[in-house]
Design a protein around this ligand. Structure first.
Ligand code: GTP
Ligand code: MG
Length: 336
């Protein structure tokens, strides 16, 4: 009798343990086929929690660990299951979307076109010819994001990856003063790195995840320009596929940062027309489908009358195609 009781209580405790294990968040080593050595490899590649694994593609984890595709699929599915990253009710999805925020451009027409400004949890791309104001928008967002406080009252931080040497603290000061903000304080809220090659750019973007996990309240990541190093380094048709593959991987890293940490990612891109040649379409972004498909929001910028600039929304999931006109003034972007 006593034995039976023992057995019953034992099986009950097994059930209780299983339930509590299901409720408790799993760690990476609880995933199928992941031992300490593989967990280390994953960590080295930046996969330090279940969310990063659940949001990853199979190829990236195969590359990081040397596991087979089949094994990796099991790992990703287990991570997704434990995080309930599969189908969810649309009302639940709506709940998740409530955390999404927008960074204002400071221009009423531009914000209206974007339904409130540049949206978190996705990549927004502005492309256009030289002087079309891609970099000015980047500077303005770096200032404006800082008004976004988290629950602890900390301001939103901007991470700025500058690939062309066009970041100007003096320009940030002007824009801060344009809104009567403390310019020193605003400069402290921007973490800048100059990227000297596409590899360096990729490396820097991979560090951002770690900076956020260490507690930096990052709300905006800027890559200005996304494509210039790739364009310069990969010349000729033979290397085009390599370039596109690398660019694709880079954008997946950025998309993951945007999604996992709910931040705004703003990237700039050039158009294919080269002023030194007669060919090329001045309205066509470089990077082709890879960049286009990885950007959720795309704006084409062009110069217009009397120094104004026009932003045209050309690709957005739930917004109509529209145009917004603005001016770049000393104090920042303004309505016409
Ligand atoms: P590339 O990087 O060369 O492809 O161009 P871009 O699209 O990044 O151009 P950028 O954002 O640098 O825009 C330049 C335009 O902004 C200039 O043509 C100026 O009209 C304007 N601009 C830049 N700096 C200032 C400034 O300090 N004051 C004012 N009023 N306008 C500025
Ligand atoms: Mg620029």
């Amino acid at each position: 009798m006593a034995k039976k009781d023992d057995k019953d209580s034992n099986s009950n405790s097994v059930i209780a343990e299983k339930e509590s294990k299901e409720k408790k968040e799993l760690s990476i080593q609880d995933l199928p086929g992941i031992g300490p050595a593989t967990a280390d490899k994953l960590a080295e590649a930046g996969f330090t929690d279940l969310m990063s694994i659940g949001a990853s593609s199979v190829g990236l984890i195969v590359e990081a660990t040397g596991m087979t595709e089949t094994a990796v699929k099991k790992v990703i599915n287990a991570a997704r299951d434990s995080l309930e990253m599969t189908f969810m009710g649309a009302e639940q999805y709506d709940e998740k979307r409530k955390n999404i925020f927008h960074i204002t451009t400071g221009v009423k027409a531009f914000d209206e076109m974007l339904d409130g400004g540049f949206e978190s949890s996705s990549i927004s791309e502005c492309f256009g010819e030289f002087g079309s104001s891609k970099t000015q928008i980047a500077h303005q967002l770096a200032v404006n994001v800082q008004a976004m406080k988290n629950e602890a009252g900390e301001k939103g931080i901007c991470i700025y990856v500058d690939t062309e040497g066009s970041f100007r603290p003096s320009r940030i000061r002007q824009m801060a003063k344009g809104q009567k903000l403390d310019d020193e304080e605003i400069l402290r809220g921007i973490k800048v790195a100059r990227a000297f090659s596409s590899d360096h750019q990729i490396l820097l973007s991979e560090q951002i995840d770690k900076m956020i996990k260490e507690g930096l309240n990052v709300k905006l990541v800027i890559i200005d320009s996304l494509t210039s190093h790739f364009r310069a380094e990969f010349i000729g048709r033979g290397t085009l596929a390599d370039r596109q593959q690398k660019l694709n991987k880079h954008m997946k890293t950025l998309a993951k940062i945007a999604f996992v940490h709910n931040v705004v990612v703003y990237v700039t891109n050039q158009v294919s027309a080269d002023p030194a040649q007669f060919f090329g379409d001045p309205t066509k972004a470089i990077g082709g489908h890879i960049v286009g498909h990885n950007s959720t929001f795309r704006c084409y910028l062009r110069k217009s009358k009397k120094g104004s600039r026009v932003a045209k929304l050309i690709d957005a999931p739930n917004l109509p195609d529209a145009e917004a006109i603005f001016m770049v003034t000393e104090g920042g972007l303004k309505d016409l």
